[in-house]
Design a protein around this ligand. Sequence first.
Ligand code: SF4
Ligand code: SF4
Length: 370
Amino acid sequence: MAKSQVYFIGPRTGSGRDMFVKLEKLLDRAGLPNFIQQNELVAIKLHFGEVGTTAYIHPSYVGFLVGQVKSRKGLPFLTDTNVLYRSARGNSVDHLRTAFAHGFSPLVTGAPVIISGGLKGQTSIEVEIGKKHFRTVKLASEIADFDKLICLTHFTGHLGTGLGGAIKNLGMGLSAKSGKLAMHSTVIPFVDHKKCTGCEICLKHCPADAIGMKEKLAVIDPVLCIGCGECMVVCPIGAVDIQWNESTQNLQEKVCEHAYGVVKRKQPILFLTFLTNITPGCDCMGFSDAHVVADIGILASYDPVAIDQAAVDLVNQQQGLPGTRLKKNLGQGEDKLRALYPNIDWTVQLRYGEEIGLGSRDYELVSVDS
Ligand code: SF4
Ligand code: SF4
């Protein structure tokens, strides 16, 4: 079988050869001109960064990509989904405010921002996949209407999955809140009785009538609960919370299955991964710790497994930077992600992704630097 192509530009620049010139070359080589057709709705899926982070992809690059899509007469928009936990990205109003504060406004990038999956992350479509963990997966409803998708990923370490790459951006990043809950937890949510005010809003929204009141506090019946996550979404004070109890192995596999659900819809997807500002944790953290290796460049591919494999290989080939959270495996060729997260085998998502047909770990790295 032919190897998946992963195109690559390095970080070095010079006069007449700035990063935008190089990025255009990368996009050309990856086939962007043929990828976009006139009047197609092109979703650019990215992470706008939690409040306090600074390492996310610079809006200037996003604006450049938007311009490239527009020059092919496509209709680009920026998108992400609301997160499961209390955050400045937990509903669309806060999420838009955060995105704009970080420079992802239409004035800067030239594209509107549409938060997928509803105002509170509750609108979903169900995609049949028939895999080990899920028969169907719940994805943000807008997935049904994208013509093309550009999965724009900032590569980082990740405290739940070891690495945060394209598979994670696709699978977790485009799922509805109910899908996110199903990935993170094996059991039902719980009500924090120290916070619950007894307002009964969650009772009215629960589709399974699984919530009752006991001594004026909400209680979830584990037998009736279907794990939809609606109560977490509607509780006005965040009294319903997830039990973060899924193993990293299962979490990685479940993320792969949700990513498979996106891929299975057959909208063509171009993956772009920025190996810049490589922090130990992802952009969901409220801070950006020192970068553990120097900037490496940008990758492009049509294969999410291949691009993640190439990304992690390139990171591990680097010399680790001293004075960072990386204390072991600083040498070239040593596993930086395992050193950051000794208890997480990050290869699970690549092996399982390949096993279920998400892509191939066998890739050819094609340098577009001349
Ligand atoms: S997760 Fe869904 S089914 Fe379970 S209690 Fe909450 S709203 Fe009801
Ligand atoms: S919506 Fe929240 S505060 Fe209101 S009863 Fe339910 S858990 Fe308690």
